[in-house]
Design a protein around this ligand. Structure first.
Ligand SMILES: *[C@@H]1O[C@H](CO)[C@@H](O)[C@H](O)[C@H]1NC(C)=O
Ligand SMILES: *[C@@H]1O[C@H](CO)[C@@H](O)[C@H](O)[C@H]1NC(C)=O
Length: 358
């Protein structure tokens, strides 16, 4: 059994090696517009990876068209289909929903400031924390540190987004007054209490800061520490490298998921209406700065197989009444509620695509 498996594996290897360059390219004899070979379809000489989904109600001959019998609605579906394709090619901040600059105009019209938090890692309850799929193949080393392969991967995106946002800062007549680099990257220390630094993480933050500054960001840079334990990037806490202008952390005192069993690893199973002491942490880590909760719980997300209708009562009116007032009592003067509006991911969730083809 084992031997025959071994032999067939060997013969498969030999078969592949011998014929790799020899696969015939086929066509149907009528033209060479659509061809195919061992590897893929080819249209007009270009290989095509087919990643298709059924929208059968659009086929004129298909009996299912009655399911969306309004032709004006078809483009909406096809645009969503297109958005679900793998991203490649150049940076795209222009087409359709990728041009986010209108957001600044609307916010200005309404009369709000913007805290801009572009990543490159955002978490945001998205796959791979918002990183595009191509970054997760292993070819870019250990992500979220100073590995030059990873640096080369994020630099085009981060430079471009910084350039775009720089035009909308309060220093330029716009409304962006805070720029957060990375997210929940509390990696300044190998040991936060003993202040044993983590050089690779520090260099990463310094690279991000340099990039933001080189590309025109001149409002304060902040970072959102995950919880109070990490004590990273505060100028009041140490002179270690990588510090940002203004320290902040996030907190989810109730479970951040509607599935309470998901929270055991982070906040633990928290009894209702348990209050936390933030004041002591701010006093220790950032006494000269605003006490800043860069994310504070505004609800809980509903995971796959979560309770139908979500769990609005986990953070209902009484909860909000107690907790938001408590934050102010803890001397917080900058609080970002996560989320005020949730929305839905359409297709892949990433706004950046590789500057090279894969
Ligand atoms: C990343 O940082 C570590 C620690 O300082 C250093 O040894 C390494 O050379 C750095 N890598 C790059 C590519 O600069
Ligand atoms: C939330 O609580 C209220 C008051 O107890 C109850 O009427 C309502 O059905 C609850 N909503 C959900 C979605 O559980």
């Amino acid at each position: 059994m084992r031997l025959s498996y071994y032999l067939s594996f060997l013969s498969l290897l030999a078969w592949n090696a011998a014929s790799q360059d020899e696969w015939p390219v086929h066509d149907n004899g009528l033209n060479q517009v659509v061809q195919w070979d061992h590897y893929s379809y080819i249209i007009n000489g270009q290989r095509l990876f087919v990643w298709s989904g059924e929208v059968s109600h659009y086929f004129p001959l298909n009996v299912y068209y009655w399911r969306i019998p309004v032709p004006e609605l078809w483009i909406d579906v096809f645009q969503k289909v297109k958005a679900a394709g793998p991203a490649d090619g150049d940076l795209d901040f222009e087409t359709a929903t990728r041009d986010f600059t209108k957001l600044f105009e609307i916010v200005k019209e309404v009369g709000l400031y913007v805290l801009f938090r572009p990543g490159p890692y955002v978490n945001a309850e998205s796959n791979a924390g918002g990183f595009p799929g191509w970054l997760t193949t292993g070819a870019y080393g250990t992500l979220r540190n100073n590995d030059s392969r990873y640096t080369d991967a994020w630099t085009p995106f981060f430079s471009q987004i910084s350039k775009i946002v720089s035009e909308h800062q309060v220093t330029n007549g716009g409304n962006v007054f805070i720029y957060q680099i990375e997210n929940e990257y509390g990696n300044q220390w190998l040991d936060a209490e003993k202040k044993i630094p983590n050089p690779a993480g520090i260099e990463y933050m310094e690279l991000l800061q340099a990039s933001a500054r080189e590309n025109g960001i001149d409002v304060p840079l902040i970072h959102n520490n995950p919880n109070m334990r990490t004590k990273s990037w505060s100028k009041d806490y140490s002179d270690e490298g990588g510090n940002v202008d203004s320290y902040a952390f996030d907190h989810y005192p109730s479970c951040w998921s509607c599935d309470l069993s998901e929270c055991t690893g982070t906040n633990g199973n928290v009894p209702d209406f348990t209050l936390y002491d933030y004041f002591t942490n701010f006093k220790q880590v950032s006494p000269t700065q605003p006490s800043f909760l860069a994310e504070f719980q505004g609800g809980s997300y509903n995971p796959w197989a979560g309770p139908a209708g979500g769990c609005v009562n986990n953070t209902g009116p009484d909860w909000v009444n107690v907790y938001y007032k408590h934050n102010i009592a803890e001397k917080a003067t900058a609080i970002n509620v996560y989320m005020v509006f949730g929305g839905t991911n359409w297709g892949t969730k990433s706004i950046f695509s590789p500057p090279w083809s894969l």
